[in-house]
Design a protein. Structure first.
Length: 396
């Protein structure tokens, strides 16, 4: 067991929520309860803000039936944060840790949270305070390095695939009234989530007809040509576009300046869907809809992948076991076994090797000529979606 000033635990959730972030919280606290190695188990309310304001919840006071409900609840049950740790925070944090006898700090979060975890551990070491820090991965963006995939991705990917199937059939049914739909999805700097829409396509006429990814610069004229070709052939067209799909001059949309930059330096733009829908309407003289599901794509519990939920819980449990075995300054990873049959185990990676880094889609998953993805990507994705997607009918 790691040396620490106390056996008390601090848990926080950080960054954008996922449909299964609370399954990781559930797995973590249940493993901690069962171990009998800890005394008090605290949850930081709204993450780093909760630590600095000393807003800590007693997680042992939550009864078993409530924990079962929390496990299947969207968003972050403790409240999340996007506040970056600052140098002036260190004395406050160390003081809170000392006064509450915290020897173990678990952070459920993505690459920014991995950076935070490493900074917390470094600050504790410099202050001479023994602290074990272990992170549990999560992100719908699937952009964490040194792991096959991230908890949260499979469920959000399932939502995107189902939404694309539905939007495609709606555009096909509406015909001349509104035959084109452009769906803009989350993803920041990587196209994993937009690419998941390809799982909706069972035959050539099915949506999506084009996928816009940050990894593949998009030429607006070629985009319009693709949309027009699908519209002329099938009577409708659907594109799925990552929120930061880029052209030769930066993020598509005409606005080069972000409307907001968060604490970690991530810029936020209006997004390309409305802009592209306007171009399509002018080219084809038809109504082009644009859809931005926003936080729905990371909170729709009806679309949770069973695979994703189970792996998220196991990641939380693995974090506790790792800490009790002496692991420190590490993040749990998900590792896919070789072979055709899908299986996944947990591993570890150093926090400093994950924090602040982004895993983009590799070349073998991309089909730039068609603004689409390859069969290799679909082979990678399919097990993460959980149960098979529905097969819809069509009057022919």
């Amino acid at each position: 067991m790691s040396t620490s000033t106390g056996n008390n635990v601090l848990i926080m959730q950080s960054g954008g929520c996922t449909p299964v972030i609370n399954r990781s919280l559930y797995g973590l606290v249940q493993e901690a309860f069962a171990s009998d190695a800890f005394d008090r188990i605290h949850g930081a309310i709204y993450g780093m803000e909760g630590v600095l304001d000393e807003r800590l919840a007693d997680l042992r006071a939550v009864d078993a039936a409530e924990w079962e409900r929390i496990a299947n609840t969207p968003a972050a049950a403790l409240g999340s944060t996007r506040r970056k740790m600052r140098p002036e925070d260190v004395p406050v944090i160390i003081d809170v840790l000392k006064r509450h006898g915290i020897g173990y700090w678990f952070i459920i979060g993505g690459n920014d949270s991995a950076e935070t975890g490493h900074m917390v551990g470094e600050a504790a070491r410099e202050a001479g305070y023994p602290l074990t820090v272990v992170n549990v991965p999560k992100t719908i963006d699937n952009d964490l390095v040194l792991m096959d995939h991230s908890p949260g991705y499979g469920s959000a990917a399932r939502f995107i695939a189902l939404a694309t199937m539905g939007a495609g059939r709606d555009a096909e049914a509406m015909g001349l009234a509104s035959p084109v739909t452009i769906i803009e999805v989350m993803g920041r700097d990587a196209g994993w989530l937009a690419a998941a829409s390809a799982a909706a396509k069972h035959e050539e006429r099915d949506a999506p007809h084009i996928i816009g990814l940050p990894e593949v610069p998009m030429d607006e004229t070629r985009f319009l040509d693709h949309i027009e070709d699908a519209y002329r052939r099938y009577g409708f067209a659907v594109a799925v576009i990552a929120e930061n799909t880029r052209g030769p001059n930066g993020v598509i949309g005409g606005d080069t300046e972000p409307w907001y930059v968060d604490d970690f330096g991530h810029p936020y733009y209006d997004g390309p869907s409305r802009y592209l829908a306007g171009l399509v309407s002018k080219r084809l003289n038809v109504r082009a809809r644009y859809e931005k599901p926003g936080t729905i794509q990371r909170s729709m519990m009806a679309c949770v992948s069973e695979t994703d939920a189970a792996e998220a819980e196991e990641a939380g449990r693995a974090a506790v076991r790792l800490a009790l075995d002496g692991g420190n300054d590490l993040i749990i990873t998900l590792e896919r076994a070789a072979g055709k049959a899908y299986s996944c185990t947990t591993g570890t990676a150093p926090l400093e090797d994950v924090g602040g880094k982004v895993k983009t889609m590799p070349a073998e998953y991309l089909d730039p000529a068609n603004h689409f993805v390859t069969e290799s990507f679909l082979d990678y994705l399919t097990p993460l979606l959980g149960s098979p997607l529905p097969a819809y009918g069509r009057v022919r």
